[in-house]
Every structure is written in C-alpha cells, then in structure tokens.
Design a protein around this ligand. Structure first.
Ligand SMILES: CC(C)(COP(=O)(O)OP(=O)(O)OC[C@H]1O[C@@H](n2cnc3c(N)ncnc32)[C@H](O)[C@@H]1OP(=O)(O)O)[C@@H](O)C(=O)NCCC(=O)NCCS
Length: 179
C-alpha cells in the first residue's frame, strides 16, 4: 500500500507498506541493527545481532515460501524505517495465533506508522484465519502499551523479571487481541 508521508519539515514523501522481499535482506538486517542501538525496548542488545546477510536472506526465502509467517516493512522514499513481524508456529493447535514484534526508527515514530502496520497485519490475519494476536512488552514501554491498548490489545498477565536490561530485571506484560 502506497501513501503519502508528511515529513517533519512539512514536505511529503512516498510511504510504502509491503511484505518483505529477498532483495531487502541487507537493508532489513541494517534496520534491525539500528533498532538494537536505538531502543532498549526490543530483545537484542547493541552489537549482539550476529546474523549474516546470507542467513537473513535464507530466513526471508523460507518465510516467503511457506507463507506461514509475515514480515511487513515500511519504506519511506526507498529507505526501510520500520517493520512488524508476525510468527506462526506450524502445529495445528497453535496455527490460529501469531506472535508479533514491531520496531520503527525513532525519528519516524508518532506519525501513525505503527497503527498502519497493525491494520495491514489484521487484513492478512483475516485472510489467513488468524484468531489471536500475541505479544510481550516491557511494563515501562508506555508508547508501545498505549498503541497496543488503542488498537484493542488487553493485558493478560505479567512475566516477572523476564528480561535483564542494563543489569536490572524487567517485567513484561503478556498482551493479546482476538480478531
Ligand atoms: C511503539 C512503536 C511501535 C509505536 O509506533 P508509532 O508509529 O509511533 O505509533 P503510532 O504513531 O501509530 O501511534 C499510535 C498510538 O500509540 C500511542 N503512542 C505512540 N507513541 C507514543 C508515545 N511516545 N507516548 C504515548 N503514546 C504513544 C498513542 O496512543 C498513539 O495514538 P494517537 O496518535 O492517536 O495519540 C514505536 O514507538 C517503536 O517502534 N518504538 C521502539 C521499539 C519498541 O518499543 N517496540 C515495541 C516493543 S514491544
């Protein structure tokens, strides 16, 4: 889906939300590495990601062949600025659920991209007979929790000390939305 994106200076850029392609491998890996540096709210520490472009390519190839899971990317003027991944396990009793991860570069946040990524995810989810969207979020990640609640996710539980961030144990919420 192509739309206009209003830049901070008031100019418009071209924004595209689409499924990831094999040719995105190197740029997607770089996006993930930048997010590792930029935000303490995702899983990997800065410098911890040791995936190679070849491994990333293989992952995208498998994803696009099996179509079991989905990675959406947001591209603005040709540059990847964010993504949403939705992973689905293969077993039949769990196939109606997806586990979601989302990350948007800081300078592109608060402009509706997260909401649009979730809209696209739900379109795919309906077509794929997905019934349950799941995610985990650090309890102090107020921006993300506000987004998730706004679009209908509910807190189902708390995972105490489930992460160790900068030598401090951090709790996470389990959140989910039925669609
Ligand atoms: C969390 C994140 C995905 C939100 O994406 P986004 O594109 O900024 O979200 P949107 O612009 O669509 O905002 C949707 C709603 O989220 C809430 N929100 C977003 N940013 C917020 C902030 N900084 N403070 C408070 N609420 C915020 C608001 O309710 C907003 O609705 P509104 O615009 O009507 O007020 C993005 O900030 C991000 O990637 N952060 C870093 C990585 C991260 O935390 N990932 C999630 C890990 S679980």
């Amino acid at each position: 889906v192509k739309s206009e994106y209003r830049k901070k200076e008031g100019k418009f850029g071209v924004m595209v939300i689409r499924g990831i392609e094999l040719s995105d491998a190197a740029n997607f890996l770089q996006l993930c590495k930048t997010l590792d540096e930029e935000t303490p709210f995702m899983m990997l520490e800065p410098g911890e990601r040791n995936t190679t472009v070849e491994q990333q390519s293989q992952m995208i190839r498998e994803l696009n062949q099996t179509k079991r899971s989905l990675i959406l990317v947001c591209e603005i003027d040709g540059k990847l600025v964010g993504y949403l991944s939705a992973f689905r396990e293969k077993y039949r009793r769990k196939r109606h659920c997806v586990y979601i991860v989302i990350g948007i570069l800081n300078r592109f946040t608060k402009r509706g991209i997260g909401t649009q990524l979730f809209d696209r995810l739900e379109q795919w989810g309906e077509a794929e007979k997905i019934h349950r969207l799941e995610l985990t979020v650090m309890v102090h990640n107020t921006a993300a929790i506000a987004l998730y609640k706004k679009i209908g996710f509910q807190i189902e539980g708390i995972k105490r000390h489930s992460l160790l961030v900068d030598r401090t144990f951090v709790d996470e919420y389990d959140m989910a939305k039925l669609i």
